[in-house]
Design a binder for this molecule. Structure first.
Ligand code: 9MR
Length: 298
């Protein structure tokens, strides 16, 4: 959620979705841009919005290498200091929204496309085991929340998908509190999603929940009716694959409408229009396709 101040955005967010995710408001740079001076207003507003509208709240995200505050990235902290800072951050955030958040994207994007650990501030300072540590801290802070690893480009078999599977299996083997895997699914129009259900099921066989956490189908401009029809078909396919997997607990669209979507978001990217509603918050063909797949067509 990024556009709560726009009444059109608010109306759709309140009535068309049963779960909300703060797109940026819970990220470290937003909640503690200045050290020790937390700013919770935006994140609290989304949590309140979810309660008011009887919606689930998905927490995003406790640990990432992006959107970190400058005081942290430029702080020349020792590994021991970074560990303490991370533990405090994870604990503070998870405790603040304990009871409100159903599930947390605990670690966001820990892997590279070749399956190796992504070299981040956290990995370089704390080693690969930081993932087990943050899951343990998050569980202690909010024992009721479902804890997820959240990753992109893992909707089909690949070295990265395999590495994620092995990582999840080894965390479970060690008794680390991991409950689910989030499959982001930022798709390009034309991308093949036919392996998605099979991939979700493989992770489910480990005893994990799975969720589509950041679905979008972006297209090269200009938008045409043929592209909108293809986008609708892709959305429908993803929803059907999630529905076909009993362990698939939810599906989140990354953005309420194209007006405030993460692409092109001020960049000169030729790709855009990833969501179910257009620049004026009018429903696109994909909106009806999703409703049909969910069986909620009025
Ligand atoms: O949608 C978010 C956008 O507004 C931010 O500028 C961007 C910064 O990297 O992050 C976007 O959200 C990302 C999410 O947190 C993690 N997965 C990829 C998402 C799209 O980039």
């Amino acid at each position: 959620m990024t556009g709560l101040s726009d009444p059109r955005y608010r109306a759709l967010a309140a009535t068309q979705f049963s779960s909300v995710t703060p797109e940026n408001a819970m990220k470290w740079e937003r909640v503690e841009g200045n050290r020790h001076a937390h700013t919770w207003a935006a994140a609290d507003a989304i949590a309140r919005f979810a309660t008011e509208n009887d919606q689930k709240l998905r927490g995003h995200t406790l640990v990432w290498h992006d959107q970190l505050p400058r005081w942290l990235t430029d702080g020349h902290f020792t590994p021991a200091e970074l560990r303490t800072l991370l533990r405090t951050h994870v604990t503070t955030l998870a405790q603040r929204y304990a009871g409100a958040v159903t599930a947390w994207d605990v670690v966001n994007e820990p892997l590279d496309d070749d399956g190796s650990p992504h070299r981040t501030l956290w990995h370089d300072a704390l080693g690969s085991d930081y993932i087990a540590q943050v899951l343990t801290w998050a569980h202690a802070a909010d024992p009721g929340a479902r804890l997820y690893l959240n990753e992109f480009n893992v909707h089909e078999e690949s070295p990265k998908t395999k590495a994620l599977y092995n990582l999840a299996a080894s965390l479970l083997d060690r008794g680390v509190p991991l409950h689910g895997i989030g499959f982001q699914c930022h798709l390009l129009l034309g991308q093949d999603v036919s392996e998605l259900a099979r991939t979700l099921n493989r992770f489910a066989e480990l005893g994990l929940e799975v969720a589509i956490t950041e679905l979008g189908v972006r297209m090269l401009s200009p938008v045409t009716s043929a592209k909108l029809a293809a986008q609708a078909a892709c959305y429908r396919a993803v929803v059907e694959e999630c529905l076909a997997v009993p362990a698939c607990t939810g599906l989140t669209i990354w953005g309420v409408g194209d007006a405030a979507a993460w692409v092109p978001e001020g960049s000169r990217s030729p790709y855009g229009s990833p969501t179910l509603y257009d620049d004026e918050y009018r429903p696109k063909p994909a909106r009806e396709a999703v409703a049909r797949a969910l069986g909620t067509v009025p």
